[in-house]
Design a binder for this molecule. Sequence first.
Ligand code: GDP
Length: 458
Amino acid sequence: METDTITAISTPMGEGAIAIVRLSGPEAVSISNELFQGKDLSKADSHTMHYGKIIDPETNEVAEEVMVSIMRAPKTFTREDVVEINCHGGLVSVNRVLEIVLAKGARLAEPGEFTKRAFLNGRIDLSQAEAVMDLIRAKTDRAMNVALKQMDGRLSKLIQSLRQKLLETLAHVEVNIDYPEYDDVEEMSHNMMEEKTKEVLEEVKKLLQTAQQGKILREGLATAIIGRPNVGKSSLMNALVHENKAIVTEVPGTTRDVIEEYVNVRGVPLRLVDTAGIRETEDIVERIGVEKSRQVLKEADLILLVLNYGDELTAEDEKLFEAVRDLDVIVIVNKTDLEPQLDMERVQTLADKHPVITTALLHEKGIDELEQAISQVFFEGELDTGDMTYVSNVRHVQLLKQAKQALEDALNGMEMDMPIDMVQIDVTRTWEILGEIVGDTVHESLIDQLFSQFCLGK
Ligand code: GDP
């Protein structure tokens, strides 16, 4: 248990109906009681709320009218005594309350420190703590659902059950080695190890398969708009952004230098990638060559390829088709208000199985159909947040990949008839790697780094 009492403003900065100053630690109640005029908080029952005033110790005047919640350990978020002071919204008054709390001996919390204490005090595991962060950052309802489930401990339970299975296997094999009552002990150990390793490997693979969809849920469907100059790429971009509520216009605090727009198209989170660059992708194929541009485009989950109905199909258009052939593409034939010049039959042939939508963006025509097509592409990917456990966190995905490798090493070892204790090393390693997901075997510096990504007051 930590010995000092931390505090922070736990609500977003800015105007709001209320703002909360939160305290956690052994002195949380006594510090609050010193500032508070009203009921004697030291005698207040746990999980009760009290009306009163905060008195400024310098001037002895009333600094703020508040409601104070008292939550005593251990049934709190951090498992320590927690006090929440509900102030009136204004930035000045809530900051004043924070200053007074600090003056009375609380320490300003570091970002994520409340959640870190919850983790260190065993209330939640690491993947649940990370879910708290995901929840704060969730840009779509679906991403929020996934985060909520993870917070609920679904992923943790699954990971722990896999670790348990590995541990039991290791223990059995150990016993077999120590007490070789049977002649075929070597073979028994081998068979059991192989069977269990395969089972766990299957589960790990299944989880990894959800990672791509998890990423989409978390970050939105990465969408690139490509096409020759002047076909209407910017118009398309604007239409999508204006028709649909833009979720966020920038990703704060990331090192990415590309601009991204988030829009919500019929419940599908789209991340329109590199919107500045999109306007320059006109000669993307020419500039960087077909192979390379395929590589760039592959990173997109969805490609909107725009053509001009009032223009003949050019070699460059054909090159673009070639570059996106095996990807998820929607072909958009724009400017249908113009005299037809485009060979639609050829377009259909090139588009093959991909949908072709006609639009006249200038006249706001065809946008509905396009949105329909986008949601179809998305939902046919059978994205279902129902009961599945999704892995969406980059750190988890990396660890699962390592676990997969270690399990495959173990299986290879068995195939090559390596001694069982060599195989045990790989299985033990898997157990450790999986432990890092839930935070059982994780290094302290990583914990510090993870929690520092939280926002203040969480
Ligand atoms: P980009 O270079 O591909 O980004 O193309 P823009 O979106 O900037 O559009 C190029 C020009 O085509 C602009 O003058 C648009 O107003 C015009 N434009 C876009 N959509 C249509 C359309 O459906 N019909 C007509 N006639 N013009 C359009």
